[in-house]
Design a protein around this ligand. Structure first.
Ligand SMILES: Nc1ncnc2c1ncn2[C@@H]1O[C@H](COP(=O)(O)OP(=O)(O)OP(=O)(O)O)[C@@H](O)[C@H]1O
Ligand SMILES: Nc1nc2c(ncn2[C@@H]2O[C@H](COP(=O)(O)OP(=O)(O)O)[C@@H](O)[C@H]2O)c(=O)[nH]1
Length: 226
C-alpha cells in the first residue's frame, strides 16, 4: 500500500547533509526541509520565533529546543500530503522526542565523515547567505567565482567554517548527537554511512531509499525547496 515517507538526515557540519538531501529530493521527489532555511525564513519574516532565534545565531549558538520545535513542528503538521526529508533537525534528544510525538519516521540517515575531510570541505565552502545555497570551490563551484548562480549576489565564507572553530563545533556536535543516534538505533531505523566522498555514499543511500520508497504515490512527490 502507498504511504507517505518520512526521513531525517544527520551528520556533523560539512558532512554533506545539504548536498545529499538535494540529490534525494531530486531523485525521489521528496520535499527537502532544511531547519537552517526555516530559521532564515523566520528571521527574514521577523516572526516571534525568528526574532528570538536571531539572538542566539548572532552569538554562534544553537537555537533553544523550545524555539526550534515551535518554529518547525507546525510546518511539518501542514505537510500531510507530502513525503519529506528533514535536514538539520533534530539536533538534540529533546528535538528527536518532540518530532517522535508529532510523526513516525521511516528512516534516519547518519553521515559519519572523518574530521580531516570535514575540515578540508568547510575550508572551501562558500554560501549564499539569504538562501542558504552552498558551493564548494572544488566539488561544486559556482559558475562565476564568488557569485551566486541564481541571484548574482556575492557569496561569503562563514566564520565558524574556519578549521579552528570547526573542532569546537564538532566536539559539541558529537556530545548532542550521540543520544539522538542511540534513539534512532533503538527504534531500528538508523542507517549510518562512512566515507570521504559523497559520490561513494550516494549509491548506497539511493539503493536504501529505492527499497524503502517503492510505492510512493505520485501525488506525494513534492518539489524540492530549492
Ligand atoms: N535543529 C536545530 N536546533 C538548534 N538550532 C538550529 C537547528 N537548525 C538550525 N539551527 C540554527 O540555525 C543556524 C543555521 O543552520 P544551518 O543548518 O543552515 O547551518 P549550520 O549550523 O552551519 O549547519 P551545517 O554546517 O551542519 O550545515 C544554526 O547554526 C543554528 O544556530
Ligand atoms: N570535496 C568534496 N566536497 C563535498 C563533497 N560533498 C559535499 N561537499 C562540499 O562540502 C561542503 C559541505 O557540504 P554540505 O552539503 O553543505 O554539508 P552539511 O553542512 O552537512 O549540510 C559543501 O561546500 C559541499 O559542496 C565531496 O564528496 N567532496
Amino acid at each position: 500500500m502507498s504511504k507517505l515517507f518520512r526521513a531525517v538526515i544527520m551528520g556533523p557540519p560539512g558532512s554533506g547533509k545539504g548536498t545529499i538531501s538535494e540529490r534525494i529530493a531530486h531523485s525521489f521527489g521528496l520535499k527537502h526541509l532544511s531547519s537552517g532555511d526555516f530559521v532564515r525564513e523566520n528571521i527574514s519574516a521577523k516572526t516571534e520565533a525568528g526574532v528570538l532565534a536571531k539572538t542566539y545565531i548572532k552569538k554562534g549558538l544553537l537555537v533553544p529546543d523550545h524555539v526550534m520545535t515551535r518554529l518547525l513542528l507546525p510546518r511539518l503538521e501542514e505537510m500531510t500530503k507530502c513525503s519529506w526529508l528533514l535536514d538539520g533537525f533534530p539536533r538534540t534528544l529533546a528535538q528527536a522526542e518532540a518530532l517522535n510525538s508529532a510523526c513516525d519516521l521511516d528512516v534516519a540517515i547518519n553521515l559519519n565523515i572523518p574530521l580531516e575531510t570535514l575540515k578540508e570541505r568547510l575550508r572551501h565552502r562558500w554560501i549564499h547567505p539569504s538562501s542558504g545555497r552552498v558551493y564548494n570551490m572544488c566539488f561544486n563551484p559556482p559558475r562565476v567565482q564568488g557569485i551566486d548562480d541564481i541571484t548574482g549576489e556575492p557569496l561569503i565564507q562563514q566564520e565558524d567554517d574556519r578549521p579552528e572553530a570547526l573542532v569546537a563545533r564538532l566536539r559539541h556536535y558529537k556530545d548532542v548527537a550521540k543520544p539522538v543516534i542511540d534513539f534512532y538505533k533503538a527504534k531500528g531505523i538508523l542507517y549510518t554511512y562512512s566515507d570521504t566522498e559523497t559520490d561513494q555514499i550516494w549509491p548506497n543511500i539511493s539503493t536504501l531509499l529505492s527499497t524503502k520508497i517503492p510505492t510512493i504515490q505520485s501525488d506525494a512527490r513534492c518539489a524540492s525547496t530549492h
